[in-house]
Write a protein that binds this ligand. Sequence first.
Ligand SMILES: O=C(CO)[C@@H](O)[C@H](O)COP(=O)(O)O
Length: 277
Amino acid sequence: MDIMDGHFVPNIVMGAPVIASVSKAVPNIFMDCHMMVSDPGNWVKDISEAGGASYTFHLEATDDPMDVVRQIKATKMRAAVAINPGTPASEISDELGKAVDMILVMTVWPGAGGQKFMKECMPKVAELRARFPDLDVEVDGGVGPKTIDRCADAGANIIVAGTAIFNHSSPKDVIKFLRTRCDEAQERIKRERERIARGESVDHEIKHYEDGRKSGWHSGAITPLSYPRVYMSASKREKLRRESQGALERGERPTMSSLQGMSGLSITPAASAVEGK
Ligand SMILES: O=C(CO)[C@@H](O)[C@H](O)COP(=O)(O)O
């Protein structure tokens, strides 16, 4: 459930009343609420009372993430923290990683469906999987059959997919495919981790992906050299971070067209996704 406030992101999509309606119409539905909002602490109570099961807030939207986690944990909801493409994984402290149930690594700039998957975010997934072996690590944005292997190999075990599912003639098959790839990769990562714990070596597997590029990492290793801590130049990271936090800090907001510019893709209107279903 994508909740957007038109401030943290340049788009507005539903709020607690819609969550409550869905909850009423589909009893016991598990609603993973991705709060793309400027003031994440403000909506915890409303979303919980509306039937939300998991509350994901953005690290860029708060100065006190631990306080937001405490507020979420005071309800029955699971707590999760999301990071934008410009935010390094190292911004997630050990304390925060241990306090949440899930970390969401955005693979597009939040604000709209139909954008291009940013594979540059994959090292962050691998880093977080290595630092928090038992945590749910979610990816969201441009994920589908063509990009799932990168996500699964890096260690993501929870997938959000919009266009790939709603625009397909057989959504069930796509869901099954994505799930199977993640489950297989998770088994492999667990085996690798066990071998590393026993002091055995693990081959550095280089994978060749459909876009002709290759990459690979020790997905189960915990040693700092096994995953890149810095995956972008410091200046690029700062630039991206400024863009991502601009709305809050300078009163500037990314626009729908700047979002398109960042991803390099056209944006699928939500209405056509629904029609596709
Ligand atoms: O939260 C977001 C974007 O803000 C995502 O959930 C996208 O809406 C996923 O859509 P696809 O990229 O899979 O089309």
